[in-house]
Design a protein around this ligand. Structure first.
Ligand code: GLU
Length: 467
């Protein structure tokens, strides 16, 4: 038995950059498709000509690319499909599931005012619904759908369950305006149908739209997609996530240096769960992701959890991949690109940099010792560790390091023995050593640094500091 292949889509309106909520919607669609050998399509809902800009579209594509959410085929422009959308409205007209409405804007307004005054429903009831073609004036008209007036409509939603509304809540919505332009609701349905979308996963702010969209599917005799309306994301205070809560744009997280893998993991968990799994790989997420795991109540954005997952993802990441991502971060934030020597140093140091960093700036801070060159300029804090006494100890240490075997145990032995001779704890020597090798208080352990730097460079740096 062959099943229809899964096709999902992300349909952002390019009226702004990619925000966290949109990124999560895209991610859910991507996971659902990728976990089932399906397709993940992109549709740019650019019908709002005044507010849609190519820059916003590019920013959305960049955000998805950063998050590693690759889409199939070229992004589709909704605006480019206007003629096709209009054609469907005319098809419905010919089929009798839609009708020509000659009511003017003023008449509609007058209807609403009267309804408000009477305290009745303000849903417009067009007087043209059942008027025969022969009685139509020669005047501009809109095409309206013939909405069911009696009974009820039920939509099965994979997240919200079965939702029913009375059909008296549906109006004969306009499909094609009198200027010939299709409305958004029609465009969405036609596009989803033509793109072969099988699953519509989106924010639950679109739940009521689903009822209006379902009317069009039914009028056209098209199969409804599976709907999954995901609760919106809240801030820690339980209110809809907004700028008040801090960064809300995906690009802002990229600029702050969060790793994409950690971001994916966190956003996957934001409103979806799989048992008590918190930290997981992309492969696991793809295997596990399902619509049944999406929660019914809004998830709260929690920066601490995000950081915690990012830290774990950096810790387990492959060194070369991390180097690549670190360079991408430098590039995205307009910082200088690495020299060959810096890149080599960073790769060698990576095992000692990645165990506690949650964002790339932290990793880079710790990496200062391989990114800098002699003479090391200690910053104010670490310069304090270099007094006359410690310089003397460093001077004693250099010849010993010249002959020591260059491996951790031997190096620890040499330094510990010297500390004992001076009746000092190891820490009292590690401070000046750190200042000599890194010029910073934040660095890997002095022995890790020596091993990464090698004998010549380490001895030279210590010698510089002792002089
Ligand atoms: N363009 C809509 C939005 O950005 C999405 C519509 C849909 O997914 O059907 O919210």
């Amino acid at each position: 038995m062959s099943q229809t292949p899964v096709v999902t889509r992300f349909a952002p309106s390019p009226t702004g950059a990619l925000h966290i909520g949109g990124a999560r919607t895209a991610l859910f669609n991507w996971l659902y498709a990728r976990g089932r050998g399906g397709k993940f399509l992109l549709r740019i809902e650019d019908t709002d000509r005044a507010r849609s800009t190519p820059e916003n579209t590019q920013a959305i594509l960049d955000g998805l690319t950063w998050l590693g959410l690759d889409w199939d085929g070229e992004p589709i422009s909704q605006a480019a499909g206007a003629e096709r959308h209009a054609e469907v409205a005319r098809r419905m007209l010919a089929d009798g599931t839609a009708y020509k409405c000659f009511s003017t804007q003023q008449e509609i307004e007058a209807f609403r005012e009267e309804a408000r005054a009477k305290g009745g429903s303000t849903l417009f009831r067009s007087p043209w619904r059942d008027v025969a073609e022969a009685d139509h004036p020669d005047a501009p008209f809109a095409i309206r759908i013939k909405a069911p007036r009696d009974g009820a409509t039920t939509i099965r939603d994979e997240v919200q369950g079965e939702i029913t509304i009375g059909n008296d809540q549906l109006d004969d919505m306009v499909l094609l305006r009198s200027d010939g332009s299709p409305v958004y609701m029609l465009a969405v349905v036609v596009d989803d149908h033509d793109m072969g979308v099988t699953h519509v996963i989106r924010g639950d702010d679109h739940m009521t739209n689903a009822f209006r969209q379902a009317m069009i599917y039914r009028a056209m005799g098209w199969d409804l997609p599976v709907f999954a309306h995901v609760p919106l994301i809240f801030g820690p205070d339980g209110k809809k996530l907004s700028k008040r809560h801090g960064a809300t744009g995906a690009a802002e997280y990229q600029q702050m240096g969060y790793p994409a893998a950690g971001m994916r993991n966190y956003l996957t968990r934001l409103g979806w769960s799989h048992g008590d799994a918190e930290f997981f790989s992309d492969a696991e997420a793809r295997d596990w992701f399902d619509l049944g795991g999406i929660g019914k109540s809004p998830a709260r954005f929690d920066t601490k959890k995000l950081e915690n997952l990012c830290r774990q993802h950096i810790a387990v990441a492959d060194d070369a991949a991390l180097l690549h991502e670190t360079e991408a971060f430098l590039d995205a934030t307009g910082q200088l690109s690495l020299t060959r020597a810096q890149r080599d140093g960073l790769l060698r140091a990576m095992p000692h940099l990645k165990d506690r960093a949650k964002i790339f700036p932290e990793l880079l801070e710790k990496a200062h010792f391989v990114l800098t060159e002699r003479p090391i300029e200690p910053d104010a804090k670490s310069a304090k560790a270099l007094d006359d006494v410690s310089r003397g100890i460093l001077a004693e240490l250099t010849p010993q390091l010249q002959t020591a075997s260059w491996e951790r145990e031997a190096l620890e032995g040499v330094v510990t023995a010297l500390a004992e001779v001076h009746g000092l704890g190891l820490g009292k020597i590690a401070g000046p050593l750190r200042a000599a090798l890194a010029g910073r208080m934040v660095s890997p352990s002095v022995f890790d640094m020596m091993l990464v730097l090698g004998r010549d460079e380490s001895v030279a740096r210590i010698g510089d500091a002792a002089a």
